[in-house]
Design a binder for this molecule. Sequence first.
Ligand code: NOJ
Length: 753
Amino acid sequence: MTIAKHIFFTSICFFVFNSCASESNEQSVDDRLNSLLSKMTLEEKIGQMNQYSSFWDVTGPAPKEGSTAKQFEQLKNGLVGSMLNVHGVENVRKLQQIAVEETRLGIPLIFGFDVIHGFKTISPIPLAEAASWDLEAIELSAKNAALEASAAGINWTFAPMVDISRDARWGRVMEGAGEDPYLGSKIAHARVKGFQGDDLSAPTTIAACAKHFAGYGFPEAGKEYNTVDIGAQTLHNMVMPPFKATIDAGVRTFMNSFSQLNGVPATGSKYLQRTLLKEKWNFDGFVVSDWSSIEEMVEHGYAENVKHAAHIAVEAGSDMDMQSFAYVEHLADLVRSDIVDEQLIEDAARRILRVKFELGLFDDPYKYCNIEREKATIGHEKFQEATLEMAKKSIVLLKNQNQLLPLKKKGLDIALIGDLADDKTSPLGNWILAAENNSAVSVLEGMKAYEGNNIEFSVGAKLNIGPLEFAKELKINTTDKSDFAAALKTAKTADVVVMVLGEHGFQSGEGRSRTNIGLPGLQQELLEAVYKVNKNIVLVLNNGRPLALNWAHKHIPAIVEAWQLGSQSGNAIAQVLYGDYNPSGKLPMTFPKSVGQVPIYYNFKTSGRPNLPSPDEVFWTHYQDETNAPLYPFGYGLSYTTFEYSDLEIISQSGTTIELSVAVTNSGKFPGKEVVQLYVQDHFAQPAQPVKSLKRFELIDLKPNQTKTVRFTLTEDALGFYDDDGNFTVQPGEFSIYVGGDSTANLTTKFNL
Ligand code: NOJ
């Protein structure tokens, strides 16, 4: 980095954290809003509600014909309020100039982008970050993403996705925080804080967007965009808490969902967007539709035509139309024919303009368009350092028989096998719109950085054999075994075999559901073939969802869950394999033994027949061909050291405030981190509650032989639940507490309320 770059970067950080917070507005935002709205025509207000994806190359000539020419005219006439998928200071500035200098009122655009896990520098996929249970690190990751994206002209991210999901078949689990509403809420809060900071008007913070409101994570059969049919208990106790947490963190925008919820497309749901979000939760930001989800209400069989869809969506409280062309084409007509109340348009435009005011766009529309800052910020090494730390924290050690790991740093012949071991794009995962392909550190590179061992790489079996495009299916190799022989030869004589297997980064994410969640392509066959010649295998998994890995778990001595870890993936994995970092991640989602168990999750409700009554009897809740237990439970993850839990005690109870303590000892040989987890069981309630629910956790550091006493305070929020109307209630009765290192924790105590 040049000295100039360093000075600029340091000073912009100083500026951001010290002086921006005090930017003053003489007039209140409300006064400025009123004054602006009073000057706007109906069409201009509707224009604010219209969002387009980048429709031409702004560095080329303006579009002259077809639909892009029409969009261009609308832009110049003040009929576009926001653009998405435009980035880079030069591009953003050019579009902003049109909005500010060529339209009647000069209202600036807001620029949205899917900054999901980093911008140019890529962090671990969100599901992986969730496995760290490290809220500070997760907040920092979002903050860095905002710093980098805002330097490229972006002022609004379509993140965090806070959809709870229990279905590993659904490819979008990679973008969330897993299955648990408590962990999900904490992470949702941290991510919003990271993106938005304490001052939205600072040039380095961006507006966040809680999505997809609501229920998108529960598609039937795990199939993308599929219908969602869930009861009030699941809706209020599982789906809603993370959304509410984003409100508490001050999130400024929401995105609705593609899917139907109990027969009503979320985009057309008045209950979700008005009753719950805007009235009950007092949300005064705005709701953006998902991509063409207004128009899709016609396909859903809910609206007669696009005009009808626009009518339903605006009444339901969908403020901005992403790419349906429905509002700009039809709302004025609907108002003029007295079908839609003009007040609804006024309200939506006010909400959108409010966020623009808060971002400081009216004070300086080019606030995010500083070319010097862009040059000094994008790809800064500080982001690489931070993403490496985040990546290490996200790794989960699933199995380590006979302490095969960590590996010795000297004198080993290591066979490194697997197409993914040498891949520099797949580890970036999905949602990498601004990142460079081929820019991640591969496992091969990460391991070669340790020079004491001899590493022989062999591909074993190609994984993806087609082109790599965001919107296209991959072509997975299921036939070509021509690379098997070389891999087996290398494996046979090696001291240890490291196999990097799993999913390509583009096998999870939007539109990427799977019914078979084992190792795709020829990888299972390759693993079994290598095992026949050398059993000393460390399996490093790359994947964006829980996988069903029964065979691997039974046979392979060491398994490391490395997800898709982003730009620094290979370095993070190597540091864990060699013991320079002791893994501490814990699974944010249950891993099944078989896809037939899905949805499988730890906080289930029991049945009337949960236990085997007598040997071989069939009349209880079970499968004939598989146990009820998962392969790896929620909250699970090993370390190179071991932890022991003891002395769980209730220290005091006063009404619904209960203080507890537990002693945790590092009983192994390495310093390590442990996520101490506390689960609550409400033994009987109406409606019945889950067998246990995570209610508190703490990440602690322990040296060998060190013991720490961890204290938890339980308050009402940990002891109650939402009723079917979404009101929180605590019912008296008997409660159990379980404390330990995963959701099977069995150190327990009881109390009554
Ligand atoms: C569709 C996705 O569902 C949503 O999450 C994303 O933000 C938008 N496309 C914009 O890219």
